[in-house]
Design a protein. Sequence first.
Length: 472
Amino acid sequence: MAETNLVGETMLSRAEGLAAGRAARDRVPRTALASITMAGRDPLGILDRQNSTRVQDLIPLRTERMSADLFAFYRGTAAIMAADFAREPHTGILVPSCGDAHIGNFGFFASPQRTLMFDLNDFDEAAWAPWEWDLKRLVASVVIGARGGRGQALADDAARQCVLAYARALRAAASADPLQRYFAHFDATAARDGLDVDSQRTLQKAIAAAEKRTGARAARRLTVRGDDGHLRFVEQPPVMTHADPDIREVSDTAFERYAASANIDVQLLLRQYRVRDVARRVVGVGSVGTRCFLAVLGTADAEPLLLQVKQAARSVLAEYGGIAQPDDLQERIREGGEGARVVGVQRVLQAFSDPFLGHIKGAREDYYVRQFHDMKGSIDTDEIEDEGYREYAVACAITLARAHAQAPAAAQIAGYAGKGAQLADILVSWANAYADVAEQDYRSFAARAAEQGAANAASHTAQRTAQEESTA
């Protein structure tokens, strides 16, 4: 009779997990992972559906940022990709997933011990999903990122090394015991391994910049001290504004709910602060239009603490990918809102997480809370040489494998992936084909944006002319 764990799930030995993963190839051959179904796609419709739920006066800014180039567009298309994945075969081996694991969503942040770590750093879409969905989004991003002038050979090689590194790291993790996997981590300096001299210099510059990005520095740059001695945010429209109706969602009462969701040591720490000011802050590319705020808290001696309060909507993995979430995660969402989902899965996937993580279940929207600018940073992949780009893709793949290896299904993934060579061939081919699809989507998006911009300009001109004639 099979053994069960503490919550009644069947436990598999490593050998049984590997065998189950190999057996899954019969049900879903690895070649099936290369499938792309074009029929029924409506990428712009998905973006419009997302826009309909966002702050409407920020939609033009989202369009502008996503129109910058192909990679910027790809960054904002996690929902489109989830919908595409939903139409294709998948392994059915589910793990806690990032949901948006492109190459730009890895970076630096401070551990609670103030060590600079390298890890996944965006979890808005985090939920359970087939393990290969994160890997495919990463590999496609490697190919798309290389299309900015690196050449096809480099794109293929970087993507291939990315898949091989993931398979090797997963296989190594699966051979370790769960505690070893749990305590594994990847600090910022380890990302230097294998980089050429110029790329190491770029990495060191990124590390130095991240170390300077502290909450205290952000407070100096973004706030001024009022007549009452308390800090207030300086408006920088449209990026930073005081939006009173929305701010009521993140009032003192909301912060009491946030504090109650934080770890008990942070709860005690927060008792020494109170909210002094809140402003709406526009962030990112694809997330532009979601409600995001900065809050400056102060002590009785006017010492600042900056927190970011970001809206958490339903994960695209569930909304567009159609993946039914585990009962315990659904219960967490019912009790604490979608912000509880973000925080919970982030804590699983990251080796070390922000101690200030918490969530707010609101009347209209849910939010999660984290520190702002706590030594956060990333590498500008456009600044590193080809060899450095390849090695950076490998570092991201190893990091993703460490995150996925927290799941009990780690051995099953290793069994399915094997040594990685065949999987690499399949996913590199798929990534190039999907990059072509993304380019087509981007052209359609940019063309529509240009048409809308021209129409809006003509409308404004007509209105101005009418006003001038009426006053003549």
